[in-house]
Design a protein around this ligand. Structure first.
Ligand code: 13P
Length: 256
């Protein structure tokens, strides 16, 4: 973390879990524990159908609500899709874009990621753009090539001023839901290289300003060490964000 230049963000990704009726008890626990945690922004990214319940129950708290995906189209005949304008009007403030599960299961391409980022910024939502390599790519030693290309294509055609409103997340696919976490050194190295890409594309000020999160089996046991890295500005947390106690512990680690 480097609080001098950028905010720390702890974001939960609930994925396809929980019911609208289960949001209130979770929100109550989180709200009462988060009153004193001033040093990080807290986000819960819920399934689109749960966003309204989350917005209602996190109202008047420090916890913002996000979605997990958004259409690459502005509006119109796209059955089953949810637009950036609809999410914004429904009270969401953030959207995860380019998650490896969307890339894999929905065929989301780098080009679609770029369109979604632009639309999301147009509608005053903060994109949390995920990049990361598979286990095979990790073992083949091509992580940096891949991650650099993903960052460049996600931000293609976006001005520095707009880029400064974004959040990036490094999520090695081999660490997602596997219990196998990148070491703090690995996470720091890839996040620092992502920041180097931002410096090349824009300038030092922009590169310094954009929070880069780590995601992949982050939990109360490893959060403090990962968050202590200078280029790891927070976490994008899946499994551990479904347990209010564990999520609160990670938030507390980000407040040290
Ligand atoms: P886990 O924390 O369950 O590994 O998931 C990480 C993730 O995919 C967050 O977007």
């Amino acid at each position: 973390m480097n609080r001098k230049y950028r905010k720390t963000v702890i974001a939960g990704n609930w994925k396809m879990n929980l019911l609208p009726s289960q949001v209130k008890p979770f929100a109550d626990a989180l709200k009462s524990a988060c009153g004193k945690t001033k040093h990080c922004d807290i986000v819960i990214c819920a399934p689109a159908v749960i966003v309204p319940a989350a917005v209602k129950h996190f109202k008047d708290s420090r916890i913002a609500v996000g979605a997990q995906d958004v259409s690459e189209h502005d509006s119109g005949a796209y059955t089953g899709e949810v637009s950036a304008a609809q999410l914004r009007d429904g009270g969401a403030k953030y959207v995860i874009i380019g998650h490896s599960e969307c890339r894999e299961y929905h065929g989301e391409t780098d080009r679609a990621v770029n369109s979604k980022v632009k639309l999301t910024l147009d509608h005053d939502l903060t994109p949390i753009v995920c990049v990361g390599e598979t286990l095979w790519q990790h073992e083949a030693g091509i992580t940096l090539d891949l991650v650099r290309a993903q960052v460049k294509s996600a931000l293609y055609g976006i001005t520095a001023e707009r880029a400064r409103k974004m959040i990036l997340a490094y999520e090695p696919i081999w660490a997602i839901g596997t219990g196998r976490t990148a070491t703090p050194d690995q996470a720091q190295y890839v996040c620092s290289q992502m920041r180097a890409v931002l410096r090349e594309m824009y300038d030092a000020r922009t590169a310094r300003a954009i929070p880069i999160l780590y995601g992949g089996s982050m939990n109360p046991g490893n959060a403090a060490e990962l968050l202590a890295q200078p280029d790891v500005d927070g976490g994008l947390i899946g499994g551990a964000s479904l347990d209010a106690g564990k999520f609160i512990s990670i938030i507390q680690a980000a407040n040290q």
